[in-house]
Design a protein. Structure first.
Length: 249
């Protein structure tokens, strides 16, 4: 079967979220369709894939390789191919710089205009934008925010279904985050970085990492721990002062 034909028939039946399916489809069209789409799947070799991915930067190459692995895995399950050339290609190493985030002291003072209330709500509750966009006023009750769904359907994982303490006023969100993203862009941060603000606040308030993991909807506390270990410059200074006081006592 030709790769393009298989991909077209596979996407609607792939058991993933709408957002993930959209990402797969976009990556396929951008990076795999032109060099490989017209080829018979059983004729595509490891070398063909390597050559198709060769000029891509590491993060893009990783994304395209993951899509290729999904396609050939599903073709293998359906006995369309006898082997997956994608499975034998080593994934590139990705180095991710620590993401910048604003601390609450900054967010409390910055005026984001009409989006101020919404931006502060995201920072004070740790919601993914898709979760916030799915909220209605019925989900705000008993002093808590009840997260049960996403604008894309289900939450990112089962752990995403949770309740968090209500900390600020709620205003309904629109489906797309573009307006809020534009308000944050001058400060060098993203909408998603507001979750890091929330995690850092939990850490600063001495909330245990396992509790923080539940509040953030992480399925693995190790994900939360990576944020908890973020150290700001002022913490280094405070640590130096604390050590000086200790040594002088």
């Amino acid at each position: 079967m030709v790769l393009d034909s298989f991909a077209v028939t596979l996407w609607p039946h792939l058991q993933v979220t709408h957002k993930t399916r959209k990402n797969y489809l976009g990556a396929y069209r951008r990076y795999l369709a032109e060099p490989l789409g017209s080829k018979m799947m059983e004729k595509i070799t490891k070398l063909d894939l390597i050559q198709a991915l060769d000029s891509l930067p590491p993060q893009t190459k990783y994304q395209a390789l993951m899509v290729a692995r999904v396609l050939f895995r599903e073709a293998l399950n359906r006995e369309i191919v006898e082997d997956s050339p994608a499975a034998r290609i080593k994934a590139p190493k990705i180095s991710v710089d620590p993401s910048k985030f604003l601390i609450w002291e900054d967010l409390r003072e910055i005026d984001f205009g009409s989006q101020t209330t919404r931006i502060r709500f995201l920072a004070l509750h740790g919601l993914r934008y898709g979760e916030a966009a799915a909220l209605t006023r019925d989900d705000i009750r008993d002093g808590r925010v009840h997260v049960t769904k996403s604008i894309h359907g289900k939450t990112k994982s089962a752990a995403g279904v949770r309740t968090v303490p209500l900390m600020s006023e709620f205003q309904p969100y629109v489906k797309y985050q573009n307006t809020i993203a534009a308000k944050l862009q001058p400060y060098g941060v993203t909408v998603h970085s507001l979750r890091k603000t929330y995690a850092y606040m939990l850490k600063s308030a001495d909330v245990h990492v396992t509790t923080a993991s539940k509040l953030m909807g992480h399925s693995n506390p190790l994900i939360t721990m990576k944020i908890y270990t973020a150290v700001l410059d002022n913490e280094i200074e405070k640590s130096g002062a604390a050590l000086t006081n200790y040594m002088a006592s």
